[in-house]
Design a protein around this ligand. Structure first.
Ligand code: HEM
Length: 200
């Protein structure tokens, strides 16, 4: 199967506008702006922390219900609030103030294909993070102590993006499964936009 014809390629096309909105019309923009300072960096991390705090339990709950979770359903793709909390602490902020705003409607997978959609978005977020990391290092002169979330995540047993894509594509052989994955991918993006869309 050519990559352009694959289920994930179609899911990418079906979520492109949502990715564009996150990239260009959310608080993430501050991370790429020339006037970024540590206060704004912390404010964006707080938003992300609230976002992940709400995402993690439904995904973890579904994973725990599976007798044999597939290798691609690795909690390191979505259990990220700890890294955000470490960066916030290093910046002198306590995470958690925004926890009350957490909502997780529609984020609990009911089918493995929905988990594929969620993992696609959450693992894909690390691709943009590489660009953001470069900006944070250049603009704020931060080192690894402030880059637990955005820093490069090297782990020999965590598949690289092309390998992960192949595994997720293979899990979406049925058209009905692709539709479920697309629905969840859109809900996860909408969840990010809910938390990251309102201006600081
Ligand atoms: C300022 C914020 C962001 C920037 C600048 C950005 C940038 C990028 C870039 C350049 C790529 C392509 C990388 C490549 O093909 O090697 C990418 C891919 C991706 N990003 Fe983002 N991103 C941002 C935020 C996010 C967020 C918050 C999410 C998820 C909630 C996300 C989800 C994805 C996904 C799923 C892909 C893979 C698309 C595909 O090829 O199928 N991004 N991003």
């Amino acid at each position: 199967m050519r990559q352009a014809d694959s289920p994930l390629a179609r899911i990418r096309a079906g979520t492109d506008a949502l990715h564009q909105a996150l990239d260009h019309e959310s608080v993430m923009q501050h991370l790429m702006a020339p006037d970024l300072d540590r206060g704004r960096y912390a404010a964006v991390l707080q938003r992300l922390h609230a976002c992940y705090t709400a995402l993690e339990p439904p995904l973890q709950g579904y994973r725990a219900s599976l007798l044999q979770p597939p290798a691609w359903f690795d909690s390191r793709y979505y259990q990220r609030s700890g890294e955000l909390a470490r960066d916030l602490k290093a910046l002198g902020h306590a995470p958690g103030a925004a926890r009350d705003a957490a909502r997780s409607d529609g984020l609990a997978p009911r089918h493995l294909s929905e988990a594929v959609g969620a993992i696609y978005v959450l693992a894909g977020a690390s691709l943009g993070a590489r660009i953001i990391e470069r900006q944070l290092r250049a603009q704020l002169k931060v080192g690894p102590e402030l880059l637990h979330f955005f820093g490069e995540r090297t782990s020999p047993d965590l598949p690289r993006w092309p390998e992960l894509r192949r595994a997720l594509d293979a899990a979406l052989a049925e058209p009905a499964h692709e539709a479920l994955a697309l629905g969840m991918a859109r809900r996860v993006y909408a969840h990010f936009l809910h938390h990251l869309g309102p201006p600081l």
